[in-house]
Design a protein around this ligand. Structure first.
Ligand SMILES: [Zn+2]
Length: 129
């Protein structure tokens, strides 16, 4: 029982030290690496839909009873190097961009898990000796 040797007074930290064996965690990391190799094109950000009003007088978008705005227009917002950016996405590209966003989320989750397991392995090795 690895956590019995834990000297940290905060109990839950002790229990978190070894949820799995080092071997198991290393296998999980190998699986993560394989999954990462399979990830296709990706991009960070979130897609939003917009409906706009134009400048034309008497246009349907300004109908007093039942205004029908123009759109949807698609916008991708993301932050790179501390700067937030927004760009328009053409309608025929929306499905592709959605997939790229999902790929990015998957990439982030996998690398987070990889780091998480690496930390746990390091902690587990410390308590082993
Ligand atoms: Zn209009």
């Amino acid at each position: 029982m690895a956590y019995l040797s834990c000297i940290n007074p905060i109990a839950y930290v002790c229990y978190r030290v070894m949820p799995e064996s080092i071997d198991q965690m290393q296998r999980r990391i190998e699986q993560i690496k394989e999954a990462l190799m399979k990830i296709g094109d990706m991009r960070p950000g979130s897609l939003s839909e917009q409906y706009n009003v134009c400048g034309k007088s008497g246009c349907r978008c300004k109908d007093p009873k039942k205004p029908k705005r123009h759109g949807p227009y698609y916008q991708l917002s993301y932050t790179r190097s501390g700067k937030s950016k927004t760009e328009f996405v053409k309608k025929h590209m929306v499905a592709e961009v959605r997939e790229q966003i999902q790929n990015y989320a998957k990439f982030r989750k996998l690398t987070e898990d990889w780091v998480e397991f690496s930390v746990k392995i390091a902690q587990a090795r410390k308590t082993e000796t």
